[in-house]
Design a protein. Sequence first.
Length: 82
Amino acid sequence: MTEKELRSKAKDIVSFKRHLLTYLLVMTGLFAMDYYDNGHIEWAYYAAMGWGVGILSHYASIKTGGVFSVEKEMERLRKKGS
């Protein structure tokens, strides 16, 4: 990997970590609000599941290089051509 590719990969990983930290902090607040409002949790699960889908897709895009990655497609075409 070139220095530019390593830097790009590192930026993607840091971006995911920030996204995950934000998710955890906001979800903690939402669950606390939901619990303290009426003594049990009713609606905070929906927010956690909805945003959780975004977290999972962000993680998958980092680990797999993205389903719609131009670089991966170029690599596949190069291998196919040889």
